[in-house]
Design a protein around this ligand. Structure first.
Ligand SMILES: C[S@@+](CC[C@H](N)C(=O)[O-])C[C@H]1O[C@@H](n2cnc3c(N)ncnc32)[C@H](O)[C@@H]1O
Length: 262
């Protein structure tokens, strides 16, 4: 039987079920994050492109908008030197709880806005999952990733479609940052009014009240222009490549972008 984080002062894990060293799980109602294809595909690509090699410094990974730290943990367990960046205090508190339980010296978290990424130096790998579609200037952020990432960008994100996806209430097609796409309203009343209001929605944007979702081809062009000449879609992030309707239903996929001549 799985134990929940017994005696844990930090409950309320919303999405990341991490198995802790004592065998307890941060949210046993969810599948174990490490067992899912999302985490496994990310690690598969990271290990293929930029593996930790004995004797050399550990490759650095940044987990952007890391929520409860689950993916950061799995990169650290695989031997990377990992920094998770998370804006929300409650989410960050859960990351820190997990870190204390694991006691890995290659796992760290900071509470900050990902737009301050340049303050933390360069990273071999940027893991950008569930974050880009919460930004109002995705192309500017991709350019920042192009400057701070030396090897691999792993991008798991929604994008806009020419035919609107009925599952998401987006704006009409428009142009922003030179890209075609649609706006997604984040703040329930149109604007964020306080930190407390933003904290109450643990998965939402931070400070920007709307986010811009480029069309897929425009998104991938922006990735390439940011300095990643190789841009691929990573289908093994699906649980079942032939049958899983995830990509079509959510207008969302995983992409791997690689720099040449590291
Ligand atoms: C949809 S969740 C995705 C979480 C996680 N990366 C994953 O794939 O499961 C978005 C996360 O990004 C965080 N976030 C959103 N905007 C941010 C920003 N500008 N800076 C830092 N974190 C941000 C949110 O607080 C939330 O934890």
């Amino acid at each position: 039987m799985t134990q929940q984080t017994a005696g844990c002062a930090v409950g309320g894990f919303t999405a990341h079920n991490v198995v802790l060293p004592d065998g307890s799980q941060t949210n046993p109602q969810l599948p174990v994050l490490a067992d899912g294809q999302h985490a496994q595909a990310a690690l598969r690509m990271a290990l293929a492109v930029c593996p930790p090699v004995g004797g050399r410094r550990r490759p650095r990974v940044v987990d952007l908008g890391c929520l409860e730290g689950g993916f950061a943990v799995e990169f650290a367990r695989a031997g990377y030197d990992v920094l998770g960046i998370e804006a929300r205090a409650d989410n960050y508190g859960r990351c820190e709880y997990v870190r204390r339980q694991l006691q890995l010296d290659n796992l760290a978290f900071v509470q900050d806005d990902v737009r301050n990424l340049a303050d933390y130096g360069h990273f071999d790998i940027a893991f950008c999952s569930g974050l880009l579609y919460h930004l109002d200037e995705p192309a500017a952020f991709l350019n920042l990733l192009g400057k701070t990432t030396t090897s691999l960008l792993l991008l798991h994100t929604h994008y806009a479609e020419i035919e609107p996806n009925p599952n998401y209430g987006l704006s009409d097609l428009t142009r922003h940052e030179g890209l075609e796409g649609r706006w997604f309203q984040e703040a329930p009343t149109g604007e964020w009014h306080s930190r407390e209001e933003m904290e109450a929605l643990p998965w939402a944007s931070w400070c920007n009240s709307a986010s811009f979702w480029p069309l897929k081809r425009h998104l991938l062009m922006a990735v390439q222009r940011a300095g990643f000449p190789i841009v691929c879609e990573q289908f093994d992030a699906l649980e079942d490549i032939a049958e899983d309707p995830y990509t079509e239903y959510h207008s969302r996929s995983m992409f791997a972008a690689v720099k040449i001549g590291r």
